[in-house]
Design a protein around this ligand. Structure first.
Ligand code: SF4
Length: 357
């Protein structure tokens, strides 16, 4: 399988011309705290002359990462509170996360699991821990969906993924397998026909959810990698993180969502930035996110519309936090008449007053 060479230190980023030499000491302090990883596929997209490059902002360490704000947490979405055994997060009744890998192709500066992923720890769940996790899934008939995540599960070999999928194939009550990954944009060559076949080998309905945040990430190679999955019969969805200075403007976000749909990838979630430590400089406010969602309404096709989601700190799960377009009509009996806002901002009464017909 082809393996990309990845920049894994501040010094390598400086040598590659992707970070200024005068910042080396500061970046090394950040890199000592949080993993660094940037593949050539994404590194090639960075314009070193642009101090605000949206790809660099996602992967080049920033001294601001050492500023931990009040409310930020090492486990911002509360995985630990719902982890009955290593590798499993069972937050919702009918689905579990199966965290297969502890490493990624790239290390995102805003990662909500930044305290749990990276080199210097085991690459993947051990054989014994994986066997216990699969036994947990077998023993819980309410589990309808298994979500392979990490780290990035697609960093693992096709052979290892196939063995997991074949184990899941034997669990009758599991009907759906979902895989969360950044690999098709970070290292598209890793998406081989053998890998696609391995992902299909459970015989379950299998979805791949791509994490992409900027339209430039969907290079010709990334688009071809996604096409290999879709053409192999694997439907794709996307998740993106709303990031200040990366995709928090209507033109960039619209271009990203359209590019995904052009690749036959249905935009699924736009995540509000989690309260991961040292990520305040990359978060927007919720009001800014809701305003952006309003600009999408009517501006881009319904196929392009993601749900804007907040993972409630403490492990309470996700809730949609997008703007509402409907409210009770003033003075109307409760629950009978509403005001609905159209995509141009005009209000309409629903159901229409019969006298105005
Ligand atoms: S690929 Fe996912 S798990 Fe890995 S660093 Fe990025 S956000 Fe975190």
């Amino acid at each position: 399988m082809p393996r990309a060479v990845t920049h894994r230190s501040a010094a390598e980023l400086v040598t590659a011309g992707l970070a200024p030499p005068e910042m080396l000491d500061e970046l090394e302090r950040v890199a000592a705290r949080y993993a660094v990883g940037l593949t050539p596929d994404l590194g090639d997209l960075i314009d070193p002359a642009d101090r605000h490059d949206p790809i660099a902002r996602q992967f080049i360490p920033d001294p601001a990462e050492l500023d931990r704000q009040a409310g930020e947490s090492a486990d911002p979405i509360g995985d630990d509170a719902h982890s009955p055994i290593e590798g499993i997060v069972h937050r919702y009744p009918d689905r579990v996360l199966l965290k297969l890998a502890y490493v990624c192709a790239v290390y995102c500066r805003f990662c909500f699991r930044r305290e749990m992923v990276g080199p210097g720890r085991r690459r993947a769940l051990s054989g014994a821990a994986l066997a216990a996790a699969l036994a947990y899934i077998r023993d819980h008939p309410e589990i309808w969906e298994v979500i392979l995540t990490g780290g990035d599960p697609l960093i693992l070999s096709a052979r290892r993924l196939r063995s997991v999928m074949e184990a899941l194939a034997l669990v009758d009550h599991v009907k759906v397998v979902r895989i969360h990954t950044r690999v098709p944009v970070a290292a598209p060559a890793l998406i081989t026909p053998a890998l696609a076949r391995a992902l299909k080998s459970s015989g379950k309905a299998t979805y791949v959810v791509l994490h992409a945040n900027h339209p430039r990430e969907l290079t010709p190679a990334a688009r071809a990698a996604c096409a290999r999955l879709v053409d192999a019969g694997i439907p794709m969805l996307s998740q993106s993180v709303l990031l200040r200075g990366v995709n928090d403007d209507p033109a960039t976000l619209s271009a990203l969502l359209r590019a995904l749909v052009e690749c036959r990838i249905k935009p699924y979630y736009l995540h509000h930035g989690d309260l991961a430590p040292g990520t305040a400089h990359l978060r927007t406010t919720i009001a800014q996110g809701q305003a952006l969602m309003r600009t999408l309404q009517g501006r881009v096709s319904g196929l392009c519309q993601p749900a804007y989601m907040l993972d409630i700190p403490g492990g309470h799960g996700k809730s949609p936090i997008g703007p509402s377009y409907i409210r009770p009509a003033p003075g109307a009996p409760k629950g009978q008449h509403f005001e609905v806002e159209d995509f141009k901002g005009a209000l309409h009464v629903y159901p229409p007053d019969s006298a105005s017909d």
